[in-house]
Design a protein around this ligand. Sequence first.
Ligand code: P61
Length: 478
Amino acid sequence: MPLEQVRIVQDGLENSMSNTEKRKSWAEPFKIKMVELLRMTTRDERVKAIKEAGYNTFLLKSDDVYIDLLTDSGTSAMSDRQWSGMMMGDEAYAGSRNFYHLEEAVRKYYGYKYLVPTHQGRGAEHIISRIMIKKGDFIPGNMYFTTTRLHQELAGGGFVDVIVDEAHDPTNQHTFKGNVDISKLDRLLEKVGKEKIPYLSIATAVNMAGGQPISLENLKKVREWSLKHGIPIIHDATRVAENAYFIKKRESGCQDKSVAQIVRELCDLTDGCTMSAKKDAMVNIGGFLAVNDPDLFDQARNMVVIYEGLHTYGGMAGRDMEAVAIGLGESVDHEHIRARVEQVMYLGGKLLDAGVPIVEPIGSHAVFLDAKRFLPHVPQNEFPAQVLAAELYVEAGIRSMERGVVSAGRDPETGDHRYPKLELVRLTIPRRVYTQAHMDVTAEAVIELYENRDRIKGLKMVYEPKYLRFFQARFEPI
Ligand code: P61
């Protein structure tokens, strides 16, 4: 199908509101035309594999994994439209037509004026941090994300958490745990002054809080604060469509808006975004920085040529940019986002029914096991979430990710472990990849593990890299 036609189909999709909306059941708005076969392993093979991986699921070979819930990043299934877009890649070094398609898509769906492509999200974070942060600055945000905070720190700044307290309590039922506590912003401003706050770092569908949304109402208040004090907002838009779906479902006055409209409204309340296109936009690799300020754009587009690539590809192939452009449109389609988030709810619901402690409310991209309540006998300095992820792999071949003390790293000033309130294991669902039956198998395995939790013991860390240690650290049983 020629690309122009692809886009017309796309436009139709995006406006489609479900006539099955009133039904309780939902189904994936796609059918499967190619499959990837999975390999089953024996328990003995898995015991050996996890030992070789230093009890770190990031160090497992994916061939040794049955159901891979490590991440939803770069692991989603692209549509036939995205694949056809890949065939239309214009691999010119400069001025690729796919760059212009992507620019058009970013303007249409997010509304930001200027686009700087990057190889993935952290490329954009690097550039914005280097440009906007000076030594001694403070960057308030609604909970840290590992790469975002590291780039802020490497640029000389310090991250300050301004998310609502409820976000740090896995049992609190607040429906918008991604919200900012404005009084925390006020206190920071009073303490350090506005010259030391280069921007607010605001994420939608806050990852480390458990995939928790920020409300439109709260972001509007943050916007008022930002305009009042002349401090811009840089939005981490990685999962903005998922956040918009929650707003549509939960926020009063938003039921009749489309997800696409809410995405635009959210973006319009901010000054620019960093984006890992590997999530919402469902590509295997890609990202971008997008801003409205022409001076900022000028600086970013100059810096991208040093670290990523020319300003019209920024580390992506032309074909990748085309897939992102198409994926952005697909990400705001109501039927798509509904099936995506409801699949996560389905898994979470099964675990809740069985009494397994998870973060509530259930988030948009993952179900997070609460390792502190799952393994109350393992103290936090023996890495309960790390060992829980390793055990789930051994029991069932299911790969998950630690999101606790290992991920939080060390305080750069004191060198001590940072002990986050949330000690979690993330079961992350890639988009359009697994079926309900995979969710059933996963739930059954987690429930079995929960029933046998008493035998699980802690770990000690035997190798610790300097940056983002959770990716490469190694452990041994105590
Ligand atoms: C993930 F264990 N997320 O969730 P990049 N912002 C946000 C992200 O979720 C994100 C990035 C920026 C990943 C991959 C990953 O500690 C980890 O395209 C909200 O990955 O560079 C990435 O985007 C960075 C896993 C990243 C991690 C860091 O699985």
